[in-house]
Design a protein around this ligand. Sequence first.
Ligand code: ADP
Ligand code: MG
Length: 354
Amino acid sequence: MKLDVNALRYLSKEEYRVLQAIELGQKNHDIVPVPLIESLAKLRRGGIADCLKGVLRQKLVHHDNCKYEGYRLTTLGYDFLALKALLNRGAVSAVGQQIGVGKESDVFEVLDVKGERCALKLHRLGRTSFRAVKAKRDYLQHRSSFSWLYLSRLAAAREYAFMKALHAGGFPVPRPLDNNRHAVLMSLVDATPLYQVHDLQDVGGVYSQLMAVLSLLAERGLVHCDCNEFNVLVDEECKVTLIDFPQMVPTSHRNAQELFDRDVACITRFFSSKLKFISEGRCPDFKAIVRCANPDQALDIPLTAPGSRSPECDALSTYSMTDLAQHESSRSETDLERNTAEVWSGSKDTTYNC
Ligand code: ADP
Ligand code: MG
């Protein structure tokens, strides 16, 4: 998939305002009524109809007239708003090809203003398990309707916060660069996802690095919760980088031990079945790690952790947990499915737009 951002160049100020107005209106409406868009956009010379026509033609919004005349943003429309904000503040200068497609995200190669290659992850919560989200409406609390915009934005903010804390704590993760709406900008890791690696020069070393990272994470108060061959990148020197953090939980979470053991088991299973490596050492012991951990060393995460009282975090937590439960029963199939379209490329012939 290519994120065709050429239309961004031709988007008028008024059309941009209309997109922002629809985004604002979606806080309380699935479909934002035209009069509300008009009053939120506050266009000087009117002209709302032309603007709506323009953004509809560019597939940035979806038109609905079932109950009343209204619009909502499409995925592309939301992508545009995030990209435009990142372009405006000079974080991004061009968008290239897609380098990864996860179950709930699309990852693109982009250039920053200095022309350096970075990775832009666009969260797409609800893409694969929309029904699971709808079934758990209780977490919506004061909200009248479910919004993928809201959850995707929450996931991106959480991922960015975790990435910043982990990076500052010296963990092998991408460098966090920026966050806007559902987008996270980070350094591009020049490495291959573990599931694509067939033979590793230092298989034992890579396994030990992973066990050490998971143990150190628990020592600093966190569990990854989705540590598997799809979320580990390995470079030519066999150095690992961990990615994909929105679902992380603190070690105080009621299911932390189970989730930690599952991470360890996933990695151990992959190494034994695909890489034919069986470790002679003992697997890390969650209880022992937590018992010896120094609370003063816990990572400082600015966002409230899932499982806490915050309605926003509860929303994401409930969503992640539901999803994880489903995910677990069909992990290998889903993982394969979600990554079949994945293209890993460090190639120089990438074309950039903008
Ligand atoms: P999801 O949450 O949807 O699983 P991930 O964060 O795991 O998304 O990213 C999906 C894929 O995108 C990864 O498997 C990886 O190939 C690629 N990817 C993600 N982040 C980076 C990065 N910083 N550098 C290089 N590739 C990345
Ligand atoms: Mg992933």
